[in-house]
Design a protein around this ligand. Structure first.
Ligand code: NAG
Ligand code: NAG
Ligand code: NAG
Ligand code: NAG
Ligand code: NAG
Length: 281
């Protein structure tokens, strides 16, 4: 009996040793833990660059992410549009769409920001574009609550390891929703239960969190390490009305212009009608 207990104790001690040694086996870190994404799947991804740094080579000025939420608006984190405590001017930024590659300009096109709206409390910003983007599909916004443990997707050009640089190719990775201890108006996500060290890493500011293929959150935290158990995203559901009103505001100028043309066309039609009426008389 005694010897059996001793063996059992020894065995459990041995296996717990094995277990803890398994824990220190390096897990594959990448976005962290991600794989190459195809832009065909994520045409709304926006690479935000500093014009001043972009002069030395395509991709050198990359520092942040945004998502096209309408043909005239990009949603991002305030950290992407603040310079220290002050706002950046639209002229400082260059927005690149159309390529999953950070450094290969093939297929890329540029859109010029016209105006930047910052809400520091929400940690969200909307960049109004100077022109409508017609050849990329905006993302659909997700207004639904996401249950704890639900599998969602992150994507971005951020580093794949603590000492890494931004990635060449857009990365995507599965993460899970974490509800416990997640502050109000935020949506939190962390590494998946499969044990992969997956999630946010350096340079991932502004990355989108996609649940069921639509936008549930924007990363607004500041990563201090990679593959966090819980990263904070501004919740699209929590800021639904604000995001909607900013998009409407961005679209307004173009719809005002459209209204102007409508009124012009209508009055020309009416004048012509009057003329034909007069001729009939
Ligand atoms: C990070 O990405 C680089 C370039 O794609 C790759 O060579 C490296 O193995 C990756 N590192 C990790 C830890 O996955
Ligand atoms: C703003 O950013 C530029 C370059 O990114 C930097 O040179 C400058 O010092 C910054 N200004 C402030 C007030 O932080
Ligand atoms: C850039 O991408 C294009 C299209 O995928 C490819 O044909 C070209 O060889 C790439 N250029 C470099 C320098 O990798
Ligand atoms: C991912 O893209 C990089 C180029 O950025 C390439 O070197 C690598 O082979 C790709 N990985 C896979 C699995 O296709
Ligand atoms: C059409 O003609 C009537 C009088 O014939 C005039 O009162 C009206 O202002 C005209 N409307 C337009 C749009 O020119």
């Amino acid at each position: 009996m005694i010897s059996l207990v001793a063996i059992a104790t020894f065995a459990s001690a041995f296996f717990s040793l094995v277990d803890s040694s398994l824990l220190v086996v390096p897990r594959k870190p990448r976005i962290i833990g991600g794989t190459n994404a195809s832009l065909d799947d994520f045409p709304y991804m926006v690479s935000i660059r500093l014009k001043a740094l972009e002069t030395t080579g395509f991709g050198d000025g990359f520092f942040c992410h945004g998502v096209l939420v309408s043909p005239k608006a990009v949603l991002t984190s305030t950290d992407c549009v603040l310079n220290g405590s002050g706002p950046r001017t639209p002229e400082e930024l260059s927005l690149v769409l159309g390529t999953a590659s950070r450094t290969n300009a093939s297929g890329a096109f540029w859109v010029q920001p016209e105006q930047i709206w910052i809400d520091r409390d929400r940690r969200l910003a909307v960049i109004k574009l100077a022109q409508e983007v017609l050849h990329s599909r905006p993302i659909v916004l997700n207004e639904f609550h996401q249950d704890d443990g639900k599998q969602c997707i992150l994507m971005g050009w951020g580093a794949n390891s603590t000492d890494g640089k931004p990635m060449e190719t857009l990365q995507e990775v599965y993460v899970r929703i974490v509800s416990e201890k997640c502050p109000k108006d935020l949506i939190c996500a962390g590494e998946n239960s499969a044990g992969g060290n997956a999630g946010i890493c350096f340079w991932d500011t502004g990355v989108p969190l996609l649940c069921d293929g639509s936008l549930s959150g924007i990363y607004v935290g500041r990563p201090d390490h990679c593959g966090m158990e819980m990263a904070n995203f501004a919740s699209v559901r929590g800021h639904w009305d604000w995001i909607g009103s900013q998009i409407a505001l961005a679209n307004e100028a173009s719809s005002r212009l459209a209204n102007f043309w409508w009124i012009l066309i209508l009055s020309v039609v009416m004048i012509m009608k009057n003329k034909t009426l007069m001729q009939i008389k």
